[in-house]
Design a protein around this ligand. Structure first.
Ligand SMILES: NC(=O)c1ccc[n+]([C@@H]2O[C@H](COP(=O)([O-])OP(=O)(O)OC[C@H]3O[C@@H](n4cnc5c(N)ncnc54)[C@H](O)[C@@H]3O)[C@@H](O)[C@H]2O)c1
Length: 430
């Protein structure tokens, strides 16, 4: 049985560890957050991800998945070490590689024979070279090792399916030995495997995420035109998406993208592009459109309510997207804070993100149901497209609202039907 060590047991590390254990490997997930490891050892998951808790449980019971706070213990006899630590955004926009460096140093100190060290975190191009250099400089035993770039493309909320059925596996290698080991590891997934050099693999990840951000900003720019000329952005997107060169995905107009990946990866990529002296104008426009999408939404709320001060606004959805409790860079944060600056009182409901939201957003009345949010509100705003909201009893919502106003940042309802039900309803780009 292959032995695998995962350093950094967050969204990516834990899913990678659980899925590899599911495929039959013996995995130890390590994290330097003692509390997180304690929770995991008790068979609980420190965040919401459908199906993950069951998978972790099953593999712990089968003795294939263990947790540790010690790099030494986790790396002992491991053939492959995955580095899945965070790469947050620095104030200047670049990616902070401090955690990658810290993990590399610890690996160097404990390594006692040949290892494949896999960079799975999203990192700036050339990080692989820095990992190699750091390990060479800090290695106690001077053993042989290889660095591989194997970027992760999973989406929170669908992580397990994405990991088990990837569109492709990207492997950036500089040795055949490491390539063979990694190809063997991913064989059970039956996915296309792209083997390339480390810099190319690193760039594939950043270029992919930035392209996804670009698609969202593009459709949001189109949405603005739709509103001016009386077109419907949903139908424009549908009509565009049938073209296989374009595709249907990531053409949802709304309040913009958020989360742990797209905003920071775009900022990091802009930093890289400008550092190497290339033109970042297109990338900066993507960022600008996304930022202003939330400002425009707040303006819509103002247009619907006339004066904002003293009004009660009910918020449905806080997480940056459905099926996750992740609040990192959620558009809801900016929108709620903007409304609060205008002295709006906020009530909010989210099926899973209230605990995380309450750490970030102050002076919000958190509710147990969407109906509690609607009760007595001057308007309802939809910020995350949870399925639960599509199934609301709208007649009941209308009765509970002070006035029947819904501003929908995720276009989950049909404007015509909403009008027939007696709502003043405003989506994005329709
Ligand atoms: N979240 C996603 O959807 C996603 C998808 C693809 C790629 N990524 C990338 O994967 C990386 C990890 O993202 P995440 O969402 O899993 O982050 P996360 O914050 O959920 O997890 C990172 C973990 O690393 C741990 N850590 C930090 N430094 C450590 C160290 N020196 N030793 C041991 N543990 C350490 C932290 O305690 C934390 O638990 C990032 O580069 C991210 O951009 C994320």
């Amino acid at each position: 049985m292959r032995k695998i060590c995962i350093i950094g047991s967050g969204h990516v590390g834990l899913v990678t560890g659980a899925c590899l254990a599911h495929l039959g490997d013996s995995v130890t997930c390590m994290d330097d957050d003692f509390k997180k490891i304690e929770i995991l050892r008790q068979g609980m998951i420190p965040f919401y991800e459908p199906g993950l808790e069951e998978m972790v449980h099953r593999n712990m019971e089968r003795g294939r998945l263990a947790f540790s706070t010690s790099v030494e213990e986790a790396c002992k006899n491991a053939d492959i070490i995955f580095v899945c630590v965070g790469t947050p955004q620095k104030p200047g926009g670049g990616a902070d590689s401090l955690y990658i460096e810290a993990a590399s140093k610890r690996i160097a100190e404990v390594m006692d024979d040949y290892k494949v060290i896999v960079e799975k975190s999203t990192v700036p191009v050339k990080t692989g070279k820095w990992i190699r250099r750091t390990i060479e400089l800090n290695s106690h035993n001077k053993c042989d090792f290889d660095v591989v770039s194997n970027p992760e493309f999973l989406r929170e909320g669908k992580s397990i399916d994405d990991f088990m059925h990837p569109d492709r596996v990207v492997l950036g290698v500089d040795s055949q030995r490491a390539a063979d080991i990694m190809i063997e590891l991913y064989k059970p997934l039956n996915a296309p495997i792209i083997v390339t050099n480390i810099e190319t693999a690193e760039l594939i990840k950043h270029a992919s995420n930035v392209f996804l951000a670009l698609k969202i900003s593009y459709i949001n720019a189109i949405a603005r035109i739709c509103e001016k000329v009386g077109a419907d952005v949903l139908q424009v997107a549908e009509g565009m998406g049938y073209d296989r060169r374009i595709g249907q995905d990531f053409l949802d107009a709304g309040i913009g993208y958020g989360g742990y990946c797209l905003p920071k990866d775009l900022a990091a990529f802009i930093h890289i592009v400008e550092e190497v002296g290339c033109d970042s104008e297109l990338l900066r426009a993507v960022q600008r459109i996304n930022d202003s999408q939330q400002e425009l939404f707040v303006k819509k709320v103002e247009e619907a309510l006339w004066n904002l001060a003293g009004k009660n606004v009910g918020v449905l959805g806080l997480s940056y997207k459905p099926n996750t409790d992740d609040m990192r860079e959620a558009p809801s944060i900016h929108i709620i804070e903007k409304l609060q600056e205008e002295h709006v009182r906020i009530k909010a409901y989210d099926p899973h993100a209230i605990e995380n939201a309450s750490v970030i957003l102050r002076d919000v009345e958190y509710c147990q149901t969407p109906y509690e949010v609607a009760e007595g509100s001057d308007a309802l705003i939809i910020l995350t497209e949870w399925d639960e909201f599509r199934k609301l009893d709208l007649a009941k919502v209308k009765r509970l609202l002070k006035q029947p106003v819904i501003i929908d940042g995720r276009n989950i309802f049909d404007p015509l039907q909403m009008k027939q039900l007696g709502f003043v309803y405003q989506g994005v780009g329709r």
